[in-house]
Design a protein around this ligand. Structure first.
Ligand code: NDP
Length: 456
């Protein structure tokens, strides 16, 4: 259902459901937002498919299986004792072990963990792989910490988390603030505590069970998804001006794949501002950004000092830069209604969400009313978890696939996700509402499994 044309009777059902959910989960704003966006498509579908209502599926699916909250004590380089809070939300394992990343960022709270884990249910279902859904992390701020401090924090975090995860039970991965360095420290600690070498985390180093293409997967997958949307209109990425927010894992590999497919990347950002490079952020410049962010842990403002013809805009987001395609790849709620309006006004024809829930509900409405190609996070950024699923398979069969094989599988998965969105999201006038398609297609598989299990 396009958020702009919700029927009155459906609206009442949605409001009733949301008012109960808000009462049960007070002050969890991001969780409310993620569920509201989802039920706007799914409640109208459930009204026409009585089995889901009779089985109380929506009420069951919006209640996590369990939530683990724990203290993480660690010591900094000056010998001060610190304490942060750790989380793991095991939301739903109807179709596979809990699967979803760990986020280390000072903004992390229960609401953000729950919204991310909830969205993960339908994203993982869309991949067509046997993956349940979870999410975790900590309000620990990795910025400015030494390697040793990061290591001590990760070890302490895993000292509690290891009791709750396992290769057939719950398999975490990375997210904001958790890259290959953090995954390696946590995997090392898990191995030490459990005395076992197993695929308990994904995003591991290649020498110890990692998969080729996992690092690239979310960004590459997002560009493949946008390419599918454009091709459905007889168009392609080639020659398109693209703007990207963020400069971390997802942003870097989105930029890389756009370049490979003949598009031009104009912007990157971080939480302090964005850079605009009218000459295009080419392969050489992306390699420099990777080193800046991943090795030197620097700021994107340094880009403008290094590359002539580029400019830095402190405290601003890139959405006013004219473009054909936008790839929000930093964080939640980074595109608000006015940003979406600016994008449309300046000629944007497609959006691929690399980040999770980067567009707020009003922004989504603007995209849907303008009938542009809007690829929601659940579908567009599912490539990361899909290759995590492939890493789990390779760990189980104790083999590793080549780069070419893995990228081919990723591309096929993104194509299948696109097909499912079209199947469930095509409206009477031919417009494909990808958000509706992703929500319903992701929902049906999990809901059918839940019904088959009986009352559990
Ligand atoms: P990284 O930590 O590698 O990079 C995050 C980037 O986003 C950094 O440039 C960071 O800037 C910026 N950022 C973070 N928080 C904010 C904020 N509040 N405001 C503005 N900018 C911010 O994370 P990832 O690239 O892995 O993740 C980016 C997004 O993609 C997240 O929404 C994540 O959930 C989603 N995602 C990631 C997947 C993965 O495989 N990694 C899979 C699917 C989705 P700064 O350095 O200043 O903090």
């Amino acid at each position: 259902m396009s958020t702009s044309v919700i029927k009155e009777s459906h609206k009442q059902e949605i409001e009733k459901f949301m008012s109960g959910l808000k009462k049960r989960n007070p002050n969890e704003i991001e969780f409310h937002q993620a569920v509201e966006e989802f039920v706007q498509s799914v409640i109208p579908y459930i009204i026409d498919h009585k089995q889901y209502k009779d089985n109380y599926i929506l009420e069951r699916l919006t209640e996590p299986d369990r939530i683990i909250v724990f203290r993480v004590s660690w010591e900094d380089d000056e010998g001060n004792i610190r304490a942060d809070r750790g989380y793991r939300v095991q939301f739903n394992n109807s179709i596979g072990p809990y699967k979803g990343g760990l986020r280390f960022h000072p903004s992390v709270n229960l609401s953000i963990m729950k919204f991310l884990a909830f969205e993960q249910i339908f994203k993982n279902s869309l991949t067509t792989l046997p993956l349940g859904a979870g999410k975790g992390g900590s309000n620990f701020n990795p910025k400015g910490k030494s390697d040793k401090e990061i290591m001590r924090f990760c070890q302490s975090f895993m000292t509690e988390l290891h009791k709750h995860i396992g290769p057939s039970c719950d398999v975490p991965a990375g997210d904001i603030g958790v890259g290959s360095r953090e995954i390696s420290y946590m995997f090392g600690q898990y191995k030490r505590l459990r005395d076992e070498f197993s695929g308990v985390l994904t995003g591991k180093g290649l020498a110890y069970g990692g998969s080729l293409i996992r690092t690239e997967a979310t960004g590459y997958g997002c560009v493949f998804f946008v390419q599918e949307m454009l091709q459905s209109k007889g168009d392609s990425i080639e020659g398109k001006n693209c703007i990207i927010s963020g400069s971390g894992n997802v942003a870097q590999y989105t930029a890389e794949k756009i370049n490979q497919l003949g598009g031009k990347v104009l912007t990157l950002s971080d939480s302090a501002g964005f850079i605009y490079d009218k000459n295009g952020i080419t392969h050489e410049k992306i390699e420099w950004v990777k080193k800046l962010k991943d090795q030197r842990r620097g700021r994107i403002s340094e880009y403008a000092d290094k590359w002539p013809g580029s400019e830095y805009f402190a405290g601003q987001k890139p959405w006013n830069v004219p473009c054909d395609v936008a790839f929000p790849s930093a964080t939640q709620n980074e595109i608000l209604e006015e940003d979406a309006e600016a994008l449309i006004k300046n000629g944007c024809i497609a959006v691929g969400e690399g980040a999770n829930m980067p567009t707020n509900i009003d922004g989504v409405r603007v995209f849907e009313q303008a009938k542009i190609l809007y690829g929601p996070a659940k579908a567009a950024n599912a490539g990361g978890v899909a290759v995590s699923g492939l890493e789990m398979t390779q760990n189980s069969i104790r083999m590793s696939w080549t780069r070419e094989e893995t990228e081919k599988k990723l591309k096929e998965i993104m194509k299948r996700i696109h097909e499912q969105c079209v199947e469930y999201g095509k409206e009477e006038d031919g417009y494909v509402n990808y958000a509706k398609g992703a929500n319903i297609a992701g929902f049906v598989k999990v809901a059918d499994a839940a019904i088959a299990y009986g009352v559990v």
